[in-house]
Design a protein around this ligand. Structure first.
Ligand SMILES: Cc1cc2nc3c(=O)[nH]c(=O)nc-3n(C[C@H](O)[C@H](O)[C@H](O)COP(=O)(O)OP(=O)(O)OC[C@H]3O[C@@H](n4cnc5c(N)ncnc54)[C@H](O)[C@@H]3O)c2cc1C
Length: 387
């Protein structure tokens, strides 16, 4: 897109504004992410606060939301931004997705006026970081079974439980935490420095190492009545946030795949074996052609879903089609590109294996492939096969 990879001239169907936003984000990634990301990944450390402020300055945080300091961009523009960010690293795109599409979206969609004013402008500017706690140590794909509890005590709420694998938790100022109550699942805004809140970093990840992930422990956390998100009632609320965030992933995964493909194309053009560049072998061209075809199909899918979102007609199972296909294909592309680089493919000097490793997390979070297959299967058959 904007490159030789754009076999189908998809670029031509983007508006001038969409192309401009893409160019700005691509430049930011070139300047601020690419030179450092291999080191962040290797060290398992990322300057999340610094990056959040820079992304905030560019209007990337909650950019598809309106009001409260948010940019009000189209779904397609937001998707293109995710693609460019993830061409840098899936962890960097995750920072933006969790902030904008999970934490900010939950407050924007389900919060009261005071809550929105308190948090959204600061989060849009990257001055405050949010996280989104749904997954628990014993409940991942099946959040309906969650055991984190919130009980009323006078006007207050008291929360007990644990959330696992929570992006940004150790660096967050506020957590959107989902808990079981007598009225069903409700959402709470938890200041991460409140007494009884712990956020331990999960270390030794082999994937998404340029992203901070943590476990949230809630031990008798007492919150005032206004910590409750008033409009979020039932599991539908957090699930709608996930539908929102998955749209960014549909695009983002293509960014990681594009970076792999561009790396493989340039490597194959210059690496010579048997007296000719790897790119000149039919077997290499077959790989490149198949990958480029899948990438372009994925891009058409992302654009179609983005246009449906902008028209206000996008349905959750359509997002499942995009998440399932684009992440699965991106991972296949990353692994295939790695073979083209031979031994260099396993080196951190090249981005390919980092992207492939990252995409393993992207395949799992925001609904695993199997869960999206079940969503699509239910739509096709009318039968739920989850339980
Ligand atoms: C790096 C990273 C960051 C994350 N960030 C967040 C975050 O910010 N917030 C958050 O809430 N969560 C986050 N997650 C958690 C993620 O959403 C969960 O890992 C995911 O939902 C899967 O849950 P699980 O890991 O418990 O796997 P499980 O639910 O235990 O599933 C294990 C395997 O069984 C399969 N399976 C489960 N049920 C079925 C079924 N009915 N039929 C067939 N197969 C099934 C799954 O598809 C999977 O392959 C993150 C995860 C990672 C890795």
């Amino acid at each position: 897109m904007g490159t030789a990879l754009d076999l189908l001239d998809v670029d031509a169907s983007l508006s001038e504004e969409e192309r401009q936003i893409r160019a700005v984000v691509r430049q930011l990634v070139d300047d601020r992410v690419r030179p450092h990301v291999a080191g962040w990944y290797e060290d398992g450390q990322v300057p999340a606060r610094e990056l959040a402020r820079e992304f905030g300055r560019l209007g990337l945080l909650g950019m598809h939301l309106t009001g409260y300091g948010c940019a009000g961009a189209s779904a397609v523009a937001y998707g293109l931004a995710c693609l460019e960010l993830e061409a840098g690293d899936s962890g960097v795109r995750s920072l933006v997705s969790v902030q904008g599409s999970l934490a900010m979206y939950a407050i924007w969609r389900f919060g009261g006026e005071e809550q929105k004013r308190r948090w959204l402008p600061a989060m849009a500017a990257g001055e405050a970081i949010g996280c989104f706690g749904l997954t628990e140590p014993d409940h991942g794909s099946d959040p309906a079974s969650m055991t984190t509890r919130a009980r009323r005590d006078g006007d207050d709420w008291v929360l007990d439980g644990a959330k696992m694998w929570i992006t940004n938790a150790p660096v967050a100022d506020v957590g959107v935490v989902w808990a079981r109550t007598d009225e069903g699942v409700r959402g709470f805004l938890v200041p991460m420095d409140a007494p009884g809140v712990g956020a331990r970093e999960i270390r030794r990840k082999m994937s998404l190492r340029a992203s901070v992930t943590g476990e949230i422990v809630l031990d008798g956390v007492r919150l005032p009545a206004d910590a409750l998100l008033p409009e979020a009632v039932g599991l539908r609320a957090p699930l709608s946030c996930l539908t929102e965030a998955r749209q960014g992933i549909v695009w983002g995964a293509l960014g990681a795949a594009r970076d792999c493909l561009e790396t493989a194309l340039s490597y194959a053009a210059t690496r010579t074996q048997f007296g000719r560049p790897l790119a000149g072998f039919q077997l290499t061209q077959a790989k490149l052609a198949d990958m480029a075809v899948e990438w372009n199909k994925g891009l058409l899918l992302a654009l179609h879903l983005g246009r449906l979102a902008d028209a206000g007609t996008l349905r959750p199972e359509q997002v499942s089609v995009g998440k399932l296909n684009n992440v699965r294909e991106a991972l296949t592309i990353a692994r295939q590109c790695r073979t083209i680089l031979g031994a260099n493919g396993v080196s951190g000097e090249y981005p390919v294996m980092r992207h492939a490793n990252n995409l393993e997390s992207v395949l799992t979070y925001e609904g695993t492939s199997e869960i999206h297959q079940l969503v699509i299967g239910q739509r096709l058959t009318g039968l739920s096969a989850f339980g």
